[in-house]
Design a protein around this ligand. Sequence first.
Ligand SMILES: Cc1ncc(COP(=O)(O)O)c(C=O)c1O
Length: 401
Amino acid sequence: MPGFELFDQKEIDAVTDVLKRKIVHRYSFQDIRGGIYRVAEFEQAVAEKMGAKHCLAVSSGSASLYVAMRASGVGPGDEIITSPFTFIASVEAILECGAVPVLAEIDESLNLDPASVEAWITDRTKAIMPVHMFGAAADMDAFREICDEYGLHLFEDSCQAMGATYKGRSVGTIGEWGTYSLDPYKLLTVGEGGLILTDDEELYDRARFYHDHGHMHDAGIPRGAEGKACLGFNFRMSEIQGALGLVQLEKLDGAIEKLKSNKKKILDGIKIPEDVQLRDLPDRGGEIATQLVFLMSDAESARAFQKASGDAGAPCGILSANTWHYARHWQTLREGAYYSRLRCPYDCPYADEIPTYRPVEWPQTHDILDRAVVYVMDIFMDDLRIERMRKAIQAGFNAAV
Ligand SMILES: Cc1ncc(COP(=O)(O)O)c(C=O)c1O
């Protein structure tokens, strides 16, 4: 799955070039950098490729969500509806703003279920934030309709889905803003990094200022003389990551092609029983094929499948046991485990109804994840491995029936 599979001399050269020139700060040092700004080049290349007016690079995918939310004015008293099947960063970004994450249900796409969202809308709801899990888009038309009807913001956590599309548009460019993670598990990686995409110039400026201590960037004057628009913090990307990102971006389409081809080879070589389904994706052609998921008829079949597949040499997971991505396992969220004496939003006077985040709140999600078996796909998979996977999947289907 990850882009580091593709690291070669090009990445080494790009990073070495930055180190040789000794300019690692994305801003500043105008007099000695010879007009070279790798992070800015990377941002521009991503914006062009994805079809967004603006792109801001930051220090991580988590930071991209947090900075975008701060730029959108998310704060105490706000509620953001999102998915209980995501990485905890989606929820932490909301909490870090002092706002309340409201976790609705997923559907068989494994993404936020639009039908489950309306029941959670209150007069405190500020935004809906679908998460495009495992490289495949959520049903954005449905979310746009709900947001328009209720006057809500639409954000996209597209951290796991850079390169995926929904009805021809890149995920991350459909809501008011979208994000990508460039961490070591992602298809395009720079070690650690994140990207925010938006068409909204004002929002872009606020994010840009906030991510760098409020600096109103002006390459024409020394950094120390720049004005400050707001209080902020440091979520800057370095030139080393910018240079790496530029090279990795050139490889993104090829990587997606390989993943899709690997998945197709596997699926073409197996017969899926009638009571087993693939994820019910609103745009199957737009996924980036980083995972292969089968939805079995029940939890028992999923367990039998998992055992048989593992015995046949291709281990797979059952998603209800996925502690990374399923909120049921997040003890720290249930407890509000902060180090500070006052824990916002848990002890916040603006947030009197904090959800308990207990597992019983997501019966639909639990039923789906309990019967979902998952394989992680790699960019490089030889024929032997593909054949082994096909046989293991077939063994899994036979064991489950
Ligand atoms: C859905 C989702 N959101 C946010 C993040 C956070 O990204 P990062 O690890 O770059 O901070 C991740 C990372 O895996 C993710 O999967």
